[in-house]
Design a protein around this ligand. Structure first.
Ligand code: 6AU
Length: 260
């Protein structure tokens, strides 16, 4: 059977990568395939949002370079919240340089991403060396990498042969745990898909973002995790109520997929 037809619990038991076992069992335990995209501008806002929404998510997705007052204490506090609420941390860094440079960007600099982010992601535009460079830093720390096989935005160029090359590279690199994209891409090994551009509130934004529903993404396309940002914390929204709504919608779509 397709991995999409198996429960997260069954996949957690069989998965060769310890980080993915942890991720899938967290999803099962919390009955959540929801990741929050916390694109807020300050440390206080990020911590407050993570504490409020934490009980409802499996993964907190950050863009730490947006945070005006980033410091090491933010990382310590995020790790404490991850332990308190039982979620993993995904720094959405979208590395895109040669292997030697991304190694330095991932392990060092101001953010020291590999020290605290369970998951990060990259574009494979430079070729396979980017994966090898990131793996040199992250593999020993039990981290995992997602490849941007597709994007959610209007006019994006990650299509066709480019997407196929992402899938080939993912299959042969054990540091890669899956994809950013709109669907399940392969049955070669149990690579996960996390999908951004999920919303029940709008069709898109003024800058090219496009939204699809949890039903389309999880039940029909076989993706594993929905990533939701402004649909949860946007203007006038109650983040806890919206997180509960997206979590319920994502989980219902997963249950419908298992019935198919
Ligand atoms: O729900 P939104 O539109 O408020 O936020 C979507 C989030 C943002 C983007 O940086 C990110 O998802 N994203 C990504 C990721 C996760 O890599 C890829 C993509 O194709 N589209 C996209 O929106 O934090």
């Amino acid at each position: 059977a397709s991995f999409s037809q198996k429960t997260y619990a069954a996949r957690a038991k069989e998965h060769p990568h310890p980080l993915v076992r942890e991720l899938l069992s967290t999803m099962e335990r919390k009955q959540s395939n929801l990741s929050l995209a916390a694109d807020v501008a300050t440390k206080a806002e990020l911590l407050a949002l993570a504490d409020l929404v934490g009980p409802h998510i499996c993964v907190l997705k950050t863009h730490v370079d947006i945070i005006a007052d980033f410091d090491a204490d933010l990382v310590a506090q995020l790790q404490a919240l991850a332990a308190k609420h039982d979620f993993l941390i995904f720094e959405d860094r979208k590395f895109a340089d040669i292997g030697n440079t991304v190694k330095l960007q991932y392990g060092g600099g101001v953010y020291r991403i590999a020290d605290w982010a369970h998951i990060t992601n990259c574009h494979v535009i430079p070729g396979e060396g980017i994966i090898e460079g990131l793996a040199e830093v992250g593999a020993a720390k039990n981290r995992g990498l997602l490849l941007l096989a597709e994007m959610s935005s209007k006019g994006m160029l990650a299509t066709g042969a480019y997407t196929d090359r992402n899938v080939e590279m993912a299959v042969r690199n054990p540091f890669v745990i899956g994809f950013i994209g709109s669907r399940r891409f392969t049955e070669e090994r149990d690579l996960i898909t996390m999908t951004p551009g999920v919303g029940l509130h709008a069709a898109g934004d003024a800058l090219g973002q496009q939204y699809r529903t949890p039903e389309t993404i999880v039940a029909e396309n076989g993706s594993d995790i929905i990533i939701v940002g402004r649909g949860i914390y946007g203007p006038g929204k109650d983040p806890v109520a919206e997180a509960q709504r997206y979590r319920a919608a994502g989980w219902a779509a997963y249950e419908r997929r298992l019935q198919r």
